[in-house]
Design a protein around this ligand. Sequence first.
Ligand code: ADP
Ligand code: MG
Length: 257
Amino acid sequence: MTHIFAIANQKGGVGKTTTAVNLAASLAATKRRVLLIDLDPQGNATMGCGVDKYEIERSMYDVLVSNCSAGQALTPAPEANFDVLPANGDLTAAEVELMEVTGREQKLNNALKALLPDYDYILIDCPPSLNMLTLNALVAAQGILIPMQCEYYALEGLSALMQTITSIQSGPNPQLEITGLIRTMYDPRNSLTKDVSDQLTEHFGDKLFTSVIPRNVRLAEAPSHGLPVLMYDKVSKGALAYLALAGELNRRMTASK
Ligand code: ADP
Ligand code: MG
């Protein structure tokens, strides 16, 4: 069975794209067949995997709006062992054009059906808003992975996402669940970190991943080389943290079978 996860949080800069690229590479390193979908017009996940967003012939725009199959838009990540469905600025137009289409929130879900036999994991990097693109991701996914920083307003920021999830569960995707919360840019020396972590445990229990992603400069540098951190500096704290997260996710998926 293919596990499809939307990596979502309407807040920008919380580590969605960093998590999407590096979790994809780490899951691939554990011999899973992985597809990474870039659903953000900024195309950061695309570039972060070493695919030039200005050079791609077919992108998620074509998959969602034109008659292009997802298979036709697939491209391998040049230095890593997973596939990418890339995106660039064209995707902004898809958001508008989809408004006119019936069944618009099912577009991604339908497009992915033919690819399911080829992958163990499909990760969807969402844009920083709860728009039609994110809605497509939440309809196609079984689970949501929520990256977040342990900041003062972190929990408050989640309430809009929680409301969206509830409305999707009672509408187009009843099986949607929150798979887990991932603490990113984690700094154990900051006293707020422990308070927020305690609150997250209280609200979300064991949905909070035990693996945390530390603040690590290698994670911030790797995208400018078009590489997941595992290919850039495999012994960095960032690389080890994403490997640990991939292991934890694999164990959870095995346990829930
Ligand atoms: P989002 O996709 O949620 O907007 P990004 O993954 O693009 O967030 O991260 C925002 C910025 O923070 C990027 O410049 C990224 O390189 C950096 N970053 C993300 N996670 C870490 C981390 N654990 N340590 C250091 N820098 C990070
Ligand atoms: Mg992003």
